[in-house]
Design a protein around this ligand. Structure first.
Ligand code: HEM
Length: 492
């Protein structure tokens, strides 16, 4: 739904608007009429056709406006995205709703993209039902099994080694590391799903696969536009086709995985392979399911995890004093010859505090994936009908001046207690992985990967800005908030 914030940037012939005006007025009118009698959360008065989109302001990020609306209407308010009603939750109302017993706030919107993407057999996008619960449980167990056996840690470490090698070869020339990080994370999740990768050829082929996955969300704003205004669908058909063709192609590769991947030299037929991949664990439960879940995991995990790593490097480059402190802490607490384990993060409170302060300040998953109500509900005294789209505005927690002093300031020390330990209560306040039943299934993988990545790269590398091309804290919104591309000089 964050895609909707760009809708205004898409140029459409004004005559098309005129043509659809009457139809949409009727839709909006009918929609409101249908719900008369309910005590809906308040919100700004919607305009015909565009709803409240024009009132969201010109910023690519809508937070300023959301903050204003919260001040005026309280923690629960309504915003119309064209003809679709969206209820925004803020502050304490987020937990009140998402932690309600049962699945009331854990659905996904009933719109064609969510229904059709990967035949509705994903974990991320399909609504909550018995089939979803089975799929979620099996996948969670499979991820847990791989984590417990330590396979995942081995894969993550091997990919960090490969990344460090690339960093070293840049020889401190200006370098944008975004694609390298996407490839490394994509390879990690791919190997978690399929088993170990074979050789350089495999890596090169996989690069194209990973880049296709990371590029999928680029079509989302157009899909959302077609979703809001079906009359525009003919004009947006090429984007829709591009999106579904790409995802079908990606599923097809997984479908023919064994012969295809072996042919491409991507994987081996080792004994170990059979027991050490999500695919084989899931296949024992459902012969068909794994291909959708695997693409979902690659899609859900690759972009957000690699972006979080990219953001970490951005902050290190912009805040050299923080970088110096982290390097000092690591040098004093970890031996260069020791193998770094995920639990070593406990020896590095300032480093861990910085990771959480970055998750707070940069808020890569600002609203997560949209939720929807699965039955009629009440929150803060307001009625919310079954099937309403719900957006938890996590920024209202992350930047709440009641919880954080000077919330716009980046300050890792705020995450520490007076004795220099990580403040567990403050850490808990940061809902980077979501809240409730739909919280991130890959959280243990994400946390382990970030901790290992940060400890190892900060032990080995320093990041310096490129003179005249200094990076900034400017963001490109999508399902994941990405920094504007930047270059750094990496010294090893
Ligand atoms: C820094 C790393 C990550 C962050 C910050 C993150 C954050 C999130 C957030 C905010 C959500 C949405 C929660 C909601 O709907 O309320 C989510 C969902 C999800 N994430 Fe992650 N994630 C990360 C890494 C990963 C990885 C590595 C994987 C898998 C390999 C993964 C798999 C998923 C899945 C499958 C869902 C959908 C859960 C559902 O709909 O029930 N994530 N994640």
């Amino acid at each position: 739904m964050t895609g909707s914030f760009w809708l205004l940037q898409t140029k459409v012939d004004p005559s098309v608007y005129l043509f659809i005006l009457v139809i949409l007025l009727l839709i909006v009118w009918a929609n409101k009429k249908q719900r008369d009698g309910l005590n809906w959360p308040p919100g700004p008065r919607p305009w015909p056709i565009v709803g409240n989109i024009l009132q969201m302001g010109n910023d690519s990020l809508p937070f300023k406006k959301l903050k204003e609306f919260r001040k005026k209407y309280g923690d629960v308010f309504t915003i119309w995205f064209g003809p679709i009603r969206v209820v925004f939750l803020n502050g304490a109302a987020i937990k009140d709703a998402l932690l309600q017993p049962g699945d009331t706030f854990s659905g996904r919107p009933d719109i064609s993209f969510f229904r059709n993407f990967l035949k509705g057999r994903t974990i991320s996008f399909s609504s909550i039902n018995e089939e979803w619960h089975t799929r979620h449980k099996s996948t969670k167990q499979a991820v847990g099994e791989l984590m417990n056996k330590g396979h995942l840690q081995t894969i993550v470490n091997a990919e960090i080694n490969a990344t460090l090698e690339v960093f070293k070869n840049t020889k401190a020339t200006p370098f944008n590391c975004q694609e390298i990080l996407q490839d490394a994370v994509g390879r990690t999740i791919f190997q978690m799903c399929f088993g170990p990768l074979e050789g350089q050829h495999g890596k090169d082929t996989l690069k194209r696969y990973v880049q296709a996955i990371v590029g999928l969300p680029d079509e989302l704003p157009y899909l959302m536009l077609a979703e809001l205004y079906p009359v525009l669908e003919p004009f947006l058909r090429k984007h829709k086709r591009a999106f579904y063709n790409k995802s079908d192609y990606l599923v097809g590769i997984i479908d023919n995985h064994r012969s295809y991947l072996e042919e491409m030299g991507l994987i081996s037929e080792s004994e170990e392979y059979a027991e050490n991949s999500i695919m084989d664990i899931l296949k024992q439960k459902d012969a068909d399911l794994y291909k959708y879940v695997i693409l979902d995991l690659m899609g859900a995990g690759t972009d957000v995890l690699s972006t979080t790593m990219y953001i970490f490097i951005l902050y290190m480059t912009i805040f050299p004093d923080v970088q110096t402190k982290i390097k000092r802490e690591i040098n004093e607490s970890l031996d260069v010859d020791d193998i770094i384990e995920p639990i070593d993060i406990a020896k590095l409170p300032y480093t861990e505090a910085t990771i959480y302060e970055i998750l707070r300040h940069a808020r890569p998953t600002m609203v997560g994936i949209p939720h929807a109500t699965t039955r009629d509900a009440k929150i803060n005294g307001y009625d919310i009908a079954k099937g309403t789209v719900i957006l938890p505005n996590y920024e209202s927690i992350l930047y709440d001046d009641q919880l954080w002093k000077d919330p716009f300031e980046f300050n890792p020390n705020r995450m520490l207690t007076s004795t220099g330990q990580v403040d567990v209560e403050k850490k808990r306040l940061i809902p980077a992985f979501g809240i409730g039943k739909r919280k991130c299934l890959g959280k243990p993988i994400g946390q382990m990967s970030i901790h290992l990545f940060v400890m190892r790269i900060m032990q080995a590398c320093s990041f310096r800005p490129v003179l005249g091309e200094e990076p900034s804290l400017d963001w490109i919104p999508n399902l994941v908030l990405r920094p504007k591309p930047f270059k750094v000089r990496i010294q090893i």
